[in-house]
Design a protein around this ligand. Structure first.
Ligand code: NAD
Ligand code: UD1
Length: 335
């Protein structure tokens, strides 16, 4: 099978590309490097020990995307490409709506024109909004609290519409919880531009001395230690979920959401202490006010993915911290 991996040079896409190559899939990566670097492609080749084709292409450019489909006989698409920074999406809503929505509409149109109707889409736990209580199940009402989240909400709805109109389409809507960690080779990992917004990349930078201390956003939540609880999932476990979703797409039709998490929550301080253990250092932190828009607790009910995809996360916080440390230690200046 030949798989188009959009956004394959990014954090989750690069790890998934390695898993796909390992499993014997042929892949074509399309990316515009708006949030990644060309160097990643060589690293994927090195880690997987296999070659693949790459198209530098902005998915908002329909003609360029059509050329990709004209050049390769694509059987299915895994669609990672998108902008993902919540804060930035509030400052640049139009850029987020344009990039995430137009790219996905172009992709679906190109797929339809080329008779390709299997799609795995990167959705997010953010679609559960602020009014549900964890553990989240796929049938809960959806909402969003920022433009980024609304793009995921709208794309999910669009893809449900596509599947309702044409019964040959098969779309897995993968709702990721909090992917962290890195490939065990130390060659691939998360490398955000500028000061990280998310907890784990921030801790990694504190651990290598690039940032002075972690700010813990609130210690007065209704959680065991007062800090926010999230469902952190090892990025390699998450990557493997995509292979299971591709198999699901080959055997089913319709649009179906699946939570990909571990089903367990960890607090900010638990992650920090887990990382301290992995790197053998005490990491400085101070408590700051709550971050606007944050909720106390988010974690998944993953029983649907286990039952219907035959997928379950296997790695724990110790593995995530070990592999995250191994990555940042080897790449203190990023990729
Ligand atoms: P990432 O930014 O590392 O990767 C996204 C890739 O898409 C980048 O390489 C970027 O250059 C590319 N891209 C963006 N817009 C493009 C366009 N118009 N044309 C071509 N390429 C484009 O992000 P990631 O963490 O790997 O996330 C992948 C997907 O998963 C995103 O859609 C994101 O919203 C979603 N997601 C991520 C998380 C997370 O915590 N990392 C959580 C939930 C959902
Ligand atoms: C992020 C995204 C969300 C996405 C989710 C899953 C943001 C604002 N939200 O949320 O859209 O669905 O990941 O991938 O990016 N924290 C600190 N100090 C920091 C950074 C974070 O204490 O410097 C705390 C937060 O308050 C939270 C926890 O750490 O309690 C995790 O934060 P983060 O990594 O940003 O993930 P989410 O808040 O779950």
């Amino acid at each position: 099978m030949k798989i188009l991996v959009t956004g394959g040079a990014g954090y989750i896409g690069s790890h998934t590309s390695v898993e796909l190559l390992d499993a014997g899939y042929e892949i074509v990566i399309a990316d515009n490097f708006s949030n990644s670097k060309p160097e990643v492609l060589e690293r994927i080749r090195k880690v997987a020990g296999k070659d693949f084709d790459f198209c530098e292409c902005d998915l908002c450019d329909k003609e360029a995307l059509d050329k990709v489909f004209d050049s390769y006989d694509i059987d299915a698409v895994i669609h990672f490409a998108g902008l993902k920074a919540v804060g930035e999406s509030c400052e640049k809503p139009l850029e987020y709506y344009r990039n995430n929505l137009v790219s996905t509409m172009n992709l679906c149109e190109s797929m339809r024109e080329h008779g390709c109707k299997k799609l795995v889409f990167s959705s997010s736990a953010t679609v559960y909004g602020m009014n549900n209580t964890a553990p989240y199940t796929e049938d809960m009402p959806l909402s969003a609290t920022n433009p980024y989240g609304w793009t995921k909400f709208m794309i999910e709805e669009m893809l449900r519409g596509v599947c309702a109109a044409d019964k040959e389409w098969s779309v897995a809507l993968l709702r990721y919880f909090n992917p962290i960690g890195a490939h065990s080779s130390g060659q691939l990992g998360e490398d955000p531009n500028g000061i990280p917004n998310n907890l784990f990349p921030y801790i990694m930078r504190v651990a290598v001395g690039k940032l002075p201390e972690l700010g813990v956003f609130g210690d007065d939540y209704d959680t065991p230690d007062g800090t926010g609880v999230r469902d952190y999932i090892h990025v390699v476990d998450l990557a493997k979920g995509h292979l299971k979703a591709l198999e699901w797409c080959s055997e089913n039709v319709g649009a179906e959401p699946f939570n990909l998490g571990t089903g367990n929550g960890s607090s900010v301080l638990e992650v920090l202490h887990g990382f301290e253990k992995a790197c053998g250092k005490t990491l400085p932190y101070s408590v700051k006010p709550r971050r606007a828009g944050d909720i106390a607790t988010s974690f998944a009910d993953c029983s649907k993915a286990e039952k219907q995809l035959g997928w379950k996360a296997e790695l724990g916080m110790e593995d995530m911290c070990r592999d995250g440390w191994n990555f940042i230690k080897n790449n203190p200046n990023g990729l």
